[in-house]
Design a protein around this ligand. Structure first.
Ligand code: PLP
Length: 405
């Protein structure tokens, strides 16, 4: 069966509107994806009929809500192919998940003079928490560079790992370059040195099927709002052996076992890392989003988006005097570019006037900007509902803007 994007678009009523008197083209999907009706309706129905706090109540709707929340954990477990449901922790997003690991893992395992490795293409969310951990524990941050075509220089990893390396944190897909990094290979090398690996899956889970057992990653993190789900909900997957050995991140709520003023003991996984009232509405919405994604098929979505990437890249290159940042053969539907000498902020503003939403700026990736010696980029990123007709509008808009300069 061919990919039915027209029917898929019907699931996203938000796309069917005009912006500045033009059909709205949404190419800012790497920042956040739109939500299908299945997610909106699930949240609405839940909020209108069921809502009660989880885990604590003995009444009808408290039990129903707890079941729905825990059912979402099972959906995520199945989505990531985690071995145990207790290895799936709900957080508020990728950023919080990484901060949790950076804080808690470091407290347990990082000592003065130890080393952490990240890559040059990371989002700030996968740099700053590690830098903070290094400052707290007087450890050293090392960086795997990438080549100008956007490919990670994985061959340098062996030279960077030492007997002081405690953890490696790497994005499966770069939010600027679109590069799909060889994380399985990185994990294999790291494990040969007994070093665990955290994989930032914020930009990969909407486009690539993930199997944490096959990857053998130690931690995997992603955000709900980038996989067609709600904001404010995210996931931390961690192997039980690590999560058991790490101290809690935040205190209070369901993370306790018993509290006295002398000493508090902590709950079992996954609750140990879910302090306070979790964003259970978000988790339920995330479950619906994942089911929506699985119904279409992530492989099918990935292949379709790749066809959009190829089409858009070819059309952009035809414009001439256009620089694309990141041209790895292994890429998702993300294109960062510079057109002529037009500043990305001007370009983004003018594109918006023509109804087209793109991202401009430093894209939470200052080291990537520094690598190419630029202060900003323009980013177009595609999702399951985008079309070649929209890319045509985008190219037409770029041609029009060019004539204004
Ligand atoms: N990591 C990557 C690769 C990202 O692209 C993003 C967001 O753009 C993040 C982390 C942070 O995600 P969030 O803001 O949802 O926590």
């Amino acid at each position: 069966m061919s990919y039915d994007y027209q029917n898929i678009r019907k699931d996203f009523p938000i796309l069917d509107q005009q912006v500045n008197n033009r059909p709205w083209v949404y190419f800012d999907n790497a920042a956040t994806a739109q939500r299908p009706l299945a997610v909106v309706e699930k949240i609405q129905e839940f909020s209108l009929r069921t809502n009660s706090n989880i885990h604590r109540g003995t009444h009808f709707h408290a039990i129903k809500t707890t079941e729905a929340f825990e059912n979402s954990r099972d959906i995520v477990r199945n989505f990531l192919h985690a071995k145990e449901r207790e290895e799936v922790i709900f957080t508020h997003g990728t950023t919080e998940s990484i901060n949790l690991v950076a804080r808690s893992f470091s407290e347990a395992f990082l000592r003065e003079g130890d080393e952490i490795i990240v890559t040059e293409m990371e989002h700030h969310a996968n740099i700053v928490p590690w830098q903070m951990a290094c400052e707290r524990h007087r450890a050293i941050l090392k960086v795997i560079p990438f080549a100008d075509n956007g490919e990670l220089q994985t061959d340098l990893l062996e030279t960077l790992i030492s007997d002081r390396t405690r953890i490696i944190a790497v994005a499966q897909v770069s939010n600027t370059l679109g590069t799909v990094n060889p994380v399985k290979e990185i994990i294999r090398i790291a494990h040969r040195h007994n070093v665990p690996v955290l994989v930032d899956g914020a930009q990969s889970v909407p486009h690539i099927t993930v199997d944490v057992q096959d990857l053998d990653c130690d931690f995997f993190v992603f955000s709900g709002h980038k996989v067609y789900g709600p904001t404010g909900i995210g996931v931390l997957y961690g192997k039980r052996r690590w999560l058991d050995a790490m101290p809690p991140f935040l205190g209070g709520g369901e993370m306790i076992d018993r509290v006295t003023f002398e000493k508090t003991t902590y709950n079992e996984l996954p609750h140990k890392f879910e302090a306070g009232t979790p964003h259970y509405v978000g988790a339920i919405g995330l479950g619906a989003a994942i089911q929506y994604l699985q119904n279409i098929g992530i492989k099918e979505i990935g292949a379709y988006e790749h066809s959009l990437l190829t089409f858009a890249t070819d059309r952009l290159k035809e414009l001439g005097n256009l620089r694309i940042f990141g041209e790895s053969p292994s890429k998702t539907g993300v294109i960062c570019f510079q057109l002529d000498q037009i500043h990305p902020f001007d370009l983004g503003t003018l594109l918006d006037q023509l109804g087209i939403a793109v991202r401009t700026g430093r894209l939470c990736a200052d080291p990537v900007m520094d690598h190419y010696g630029v202060t900003a980029m323009t980013r177009a990123s595609f999702a399951c509902y985008n079309t070649t007709e929209e890319i045509d509008l985008f190219i037409k808009a770029l041609l029009r803007i060019r004539t204004m300069f």
